[in-house]
Design a protein around this ligand. Structure first.
Ligand SMILES: [Zn+2]
Length: 422
């Protein structure tokens, strides 16, 4: 029924742009051999088009294909969903992203031989990983269409990794496409030089109604639950789905939203800070435990294979290094997961104080957290708009401090004290 773009909620303009590009890319692949001897073929035509030459394929060069793309938008707007959908459309045997052909199917399920997905597990993507990736991306596509590299969270590239990527983008192999995902094109997120080589696909925060609609249609969630979850998740599709389906996620959110009424003194503020940090740690530990264990088992199996035969001693020496590497990667992933969990809690808390401001100002705007609206209303009366705003700012400052590498516990304690004092 729906094609590969069906999951992009409330992103009509971006979808139209990507459809045009996919059609243009398909036309380039179909373009006849036009040139005299000397190896001129559709690839040269493609190269010319990248240089801004409108010949030969698409009628509208602005709608055409290019080697490097950046998908930007707030968390949950569907950056990686959009990048994957576009990759599927490029690999689609019909060139449209039909959603059912082998090209679409294998791309969406992550098994297409020419599509590589980089998901940073730690706090940044390193240079070695990027070099290996660039090298592999330079080979000709085995399926005859495109070599595609999707980089999620391209804002977490190290500077050296960014430079390795930039080289590849500056002199792209003819059939290679890079799809980067980042929160914005701000220089903090993506270097100006990389940005200048990419076409930007801006995604917006989808409206709650659109998020609720997709939860009902695709996930079979009851409409009233979908509406509540869509509002509470503030436009974040994945978060909305989790809130609608996962009772533990709902409990964690309830605990976060109970913070404002628990802040009765200095001791309570420190207790609340501890509780928030520990909840984030527990959530993160649960989220990485399964994959950590699977990786350890896989590595031990790989190292154990061959057992006591010749070369076993050498294998043991290598094994220690590999285990150490794995532990390092896992630790880095755990840190990231903790920060992500804490950030989700802070976003929920910010939503609560935002609701209080809206109520104090009697603005005709729907609350984020419908289930704590009466609490926010009580807060609004007690703190007024100004006091509510100061508290919202304290939450946002805490997020910014953690982003700037302040120790989470310190930042959260400072925030709790500020929320208590007002
Ligand atoms: Zn297809």
């Amino acid at each position: 029924m729906t094609d590969v773009f069906g999951d992009l909620v409330g992103q009509d303009e971006a979808v139209a742009m990507l459809r045009r590009a996919a059609a243009s890319a398909a036309a380039l692949l179909r373009a006849p051999v036009t040139a005299p001897a000397g190896g001129h073929d559709d690839l040269d035509a493609l190269a010319e088009e990248y240089d801004g030459d409108p010949a030969p394929a698409p009628a509208d060069p602005g709608a055409g294909m290019t080697h490097a793309w950046i998908f930007t938008g707030p968390p949950g707007s569907g950056r990686s969903v959009a990048a994957r959908a576009f990759a599927a459309a490029l690999e689609c045997v019909h060139g449209t992203g039909c959603g059912t052909c082998p090209g679409c199917h294998t791309t969406l399920t992550g098994t297409h031989a020419d599509v590589r997905l980089v998901v940073p597990e730690g706090l940044s993507i390193g240079v070695n990983e990027m070099r290996a990736l660039v090298l592999r991306a330079a080979s000709a596509p085995s399926g005859g269409r495109w070599q595609i590299v999707i980089i999620e969270d391209a804002d977490r590239l190290t500077e050296a990794a960014g430079n390795a990527l930039l080289k590849a983008i500056e002199e792209p192999p003819p059939r290679t496409v890079f799809l980067l995902c980042a929160p914005s094109t701000h220089p903090d997120d993506i270097s100006v030089t990389i940005r200048s080589r990419c076409r930007v696909v801006p995604l917006r925060q989808p409206p709650p109604a659109a998020v609720a609609e997709v939860l009902v249609r695709r996930d079979g969630i009851a409409p009233d639950v979908a509406e509540w979850a869509a509002a509470a998740a503030q436009g974040h599709v994945g978060r909305a789905r989790r809130l609608a389906r996962d009772p533990e996620a709902r409990q964690r959110r309830d605990a976060v939203l109970a913070v404002p009424r628990r802040l009765t003194g200095v001791g309570a503020a420190f207790d609340a800070a501890s509780a928030l940090i520990e909840a984030a740690e527990a959530e993160a530990a649960a989220s990485v435990a399964e994959i950590d264990e699977a990786e350890r088992t896989a590595l031990q199996t790989a190292l154990g294979a061959g057992g006591t035969g010749r070369g076993a001693a050498g294998a043991m020496r290598g094994a220690a290094g590999q285990l150490k590497d794995l532990e390092k990667r896992q630790k880095s992933r755990a840190t990231r997961a903790q920060r992500d969990a804490l950030d989700r809690a802070l976003v929920d808390l910010a939503g609560f104080y935002r609701d209080a401001i809206v109520m104090a100002l009697r603005a005709p705007v729907a609350p984020v957290h419908t289930d704590t609206a009466s609490l926010a209303s009580a807060g609004a009366q007690k703190w007024d708009a100004e006091g509510s705003l100061r508290r919202l700012e304290a939450v946002l400052e805490c997020r910014a401090a953690i982003e700037a590498n302040v120790k989470p516990r310190i930042a959260v304690e400072a925030m709790m004290l500020a929320l208590w004092r007002g």
